[in-house]
Design a protein around this ligand. Structure first.
Ligand code: SF4
Ligand code: SF4
Length: 148
């Protein structure tokens, strides 16, 4: 009886589509909001170090003197904090997962040397503060119309 069950399973496997992909020949399609890996547009970075200081796993390292930014991929937990905090919005979350590896993987990015007097990347302006109406004081109440 077991031999018939086995034959049935084999036939089912042969006639149904594969349940898995033929990795790595068939690339994975990631969902649009998958938190895969951090990407940087290094030329927009102002090397302020906020991402370095606020990363909960110390995955990011910013070296201002060398104009470089680096990330240790296996430390990153894809929390997205650095993306949200970056003042120039040069960080983003890519959807693809990084390749499997045995050891630590540190990806480094270095800015191209800038000519003397080149403009710095712009930091998006904060919205202007709205002035609140002032409460009249007793001095205002005592003022006679026509007074300066
Ligand atoms: S996503 Fe989170 S853990 Fe990863 S580098 Fe940014 S702040 Fe660090
Ligand atoms: S927070 Fe943004 S601008 Fe500042 S060092 Fe990090 S990536 Fe560069």
């Amino acid at each position: 009886m077991k031999i018939f069950n086995l034959a049935g399973t084999v036939l089912k496997s042969l006639t149904h589509p594969a349940a898995t992909r033929l990795y790595p020949f068939v690339p994975r399609v990631y969902e649009p909001k998958t938190r895969g890996h951090i990407e940087i547009d290094i030329e927009k970075c102002i090397l302020c170090g906020i991402c370095d200081r606020r990363c909960p796993t110390q995955a990011i390292s910013v070296t201002k003197a060398e104009r470089s930014w680096s990330i240790e991929r296996l430390r990153c937990i894809q929390c997205n904090s650095c993306v949200e905090l970056c003042p120039t919005k040069c960080l983003s979350m890519g959807t693809a997962y990084t390749d499997p590896s045995f050891g630590s993987v540190r990806d480094s990015f270095t800015q191209a040397p800038k000519p003397e007097g080149a403009a710095k990347p712009a930091v998006p302006a904060k919205p202007a503060a709205v002035a609140l109406p002032t409460t009249p004081t007793s001095a205002d109440d005592a003022r006679v119309p026509g007074d300066a």
